[in-house]
Ligand binder design. Sequence first.
Ligand SMILES: [Zn+2]
Length: 330
Amino acid sequence: MALENIKEQDHIVKYLKSILRKDRIPPMLLLSGRKGTGRFLAATMFAKALNCANSIGDCCDKCKSCVAIEHNVHPNVVVIGRDVDVVHIKDIRNMINASFVPVNNRYRANIIDNSDKSTPEAFNSMLKYLEEPPERTVNILIAEMAELLPETIRSRAVELKFRPISAAFIKETVKKTGLSDEDAEIVSKMANGSMEKIKLFSSKDFLKKRKIFIEYLLKFFLDEVIVSKLLDEWNNFSSNNSSMNNAKEFFDILSTLLQDIFFVSVLHDTEHITNVDALGFIADKFAFVDRSKLHKMYDVVLEKKQALLTNAIQQYILLDGLFKIKEVIK
Ligand SMILES: [Zn+2]
């Protein structure tokens, strides 16, 4: 795979190829944007292109250097912070200690994934290193929330903002795996601009369980299902996939359903709903929905989503939110 193949981010591919061709590499790049938009892929392809033996302005993906980077064994490329919740000072120190003069007279690339999750000590250590960057070294920071980086670091970087992936692109991509048009539509909307979970979302098992769970949620809104039963169903749905077992995912689904009910019942808009397979149920059972109640429920969801950002007791916040919603329904 080459830079050329990174989808839906033409502005970034164009920029990276131009600095490669001119051999004008800034000491720090910040790749910002949500997960699943190609940030890490772009960082890796760029590191390959900086060291590729065969091509200028992109990578060949076949030479010894490209293969070494792909397998994370190239001396010029260090990756830290991959799949972690926190980047610690020891990670930054390991990176700095590995920062020798690049071999083959090419470029060293330090890729710091999840850089926005660094501890204050890690940021300090990073800053000291970045204040006097070694020659022919590019530090590539990846961040979902770039605003969490200290201004002293962010201001030193050339920031490349990754755009959300379009629903149309995601729909076409998953349709190629054999999904029906309706399922592909659901997946493209659930994905919310990110390719991160589309493999999970597109599995037949997931789609089936999701449909059952959505029905329970709708019945919950109709006051036909109690909180504990709903939580049991959530556990049934989410137990087999670790990326779905947190409260945020629950509230995400819940808010898309509330939006759908609002679209269908209040705006009479069936075009823009997320859970297209629930359209019949919503049109049938929620024809005369109380608008102020919908707003109140939505407010609870927003409040609880906010609380999740700062509080560790996720399951309690979820439970509390559901009881609050139940009060509104009654
Ligand atoms: Zn190559």
